[in-house]
Design a protein around this ligand. Structure first.
Ligand SMILES: *[C@@H]1O[C@H](CO)[C@@H](O)[C@H](O)[C@H]1NC(C)=O
Ligand SMILES: *[C@@H]1O[C@H](CO)[C@@H](O)[C@H](O)[C@H]1NC(C)=O
Length: 279
């Protein structure tokens, strides 16, 4: 009698597995997905360090914000559909020509009117080639990810009102500049405070010649920007390039996906946004 007990328990366990094979397989599949032993998942090989954040209080923020109660944006119309892909920033030059836009294929292009259409104004890489980089609608998809580091990804654009130069924050090439006539942009800053500029995003030019720009993350590049959002990591920086000395200063660090930058008209303050925090 006493001997029988353990045997029955063993039989019950065996019965359990045999009785619910689909559950067993489902549990095994779940464990495989979670543990990803073959490194096939989207986070494979990434040192994932999630951070908790408080989002900006939506209601409170919106209450203080002047409402566009006519919803005027709704009345806008889409321009240049299927002509330019992934424009991130829009600028006009001193003569009022434009818009200029930085595209997903690595070019800065400008609109020269109905007759001439879009023309290439600047590239970041002297070897930029249409064959490698210009992939139409595909240039905004994953297919571009392997190439964009080479082709460039100009994000922020700003013309210097006095010199006429165009300053560019390129996600891979860092802070760049090109003369009024365009061409191949030259690099101004690819490093700050001992760390490479990993993901330059936007810029603005101070009247005294300093250029403030954001470096969105020191860990992830543009193509992996979703990881910055998922993880909530805060290694972004606000940088200042000093035109006279060529030095780059870290103004702020520990920022959470710093993105757009704007200096106030009286040059007294600077606004920037953090994307992950929605603030
Ligand atoms: C919203 O629209 C009303 C009616 O046109 C107007 O009186 C009011 O000032 C508007 N409010 C804001 C914040 O624009
Ligand atoms: C320009 O102004 C900024 C902001 O006040 C300041 O940080 C910077 O030192 C100034 N640069 C020069 C060259 O005066």
């Amino acid at each position: 009698m006493e001997e029988k007990k353990p045997r029955r328990q063993g039989a019950a366990v065996r019965d359990g597995i045999v009785q619910y094979p689909h559950l067993f397989i489902a549990a095994l599949a779940l464990a495989l997905v979670l543990m990803d032993p073959f490194h096939l998942g989207p986070l494979a090989g990434i040192d994932y360090r999630p951070v908790k954040h408080e989002l900006a209080p939506y209601r409170e923020v919106m209450q203080r914000w002047p409402r566009d109660n006519g919803s005027r944006l709704r009345l806008g119309r889409l321009e240049f559909v299927n002509e330019v892909f992934g424009p991130e920033s829009i600028e006009f030059d001193r003569q009022g020509r434009g818009p200029y836009a930085g595209l997903a294929d690595g070019r800065v292009v400008r609109w020269m009117g109905d007759k001439a259409g879009w023309e290439t104004f600047a590239v970041m890489n002297p070897d930029w080639s249409e064959k490698v980089c210009a992939n139409g609608v595909e240039s905004t998809t994953k297919k571009q990810h392997g190439k964009e580091k080479w082709c460039g990804r100009p994000l922020g654009l700003r013309f210097h009102r006095e010199t006429g130069e165009l300053f560019i924050a390129d996600a891979y090439y860092g802070l760049m500049a090109v003369g009024e006539r365009g061409g191949v942009a030259t690099s101004l800053a690819r490093e700050a405070g001992g760390d490479p500029v990993h993901f330059a995003n936007d810029l603005d030019i101070h009247m005294n010649g300093s250029i403030f720009f954001t470096d969105t993350s020191t860990r992830y590049s543009r193509k992996d920007h979703l990881n910055i959002l998922l993880e909530g990591e805060g290694t972004g920086r606000l940088l200042r390039y000093d035109r006279e000395t060529g030095a780059v200063h870290v103004v702020l660090n520990g920022l959470v996906f710093p993105n757009g930058v704007q200096i106030s008209q009286d040059q007294q303050f600077l606004l920037f946004s953090e994307t992950t925090n929605c603030r």
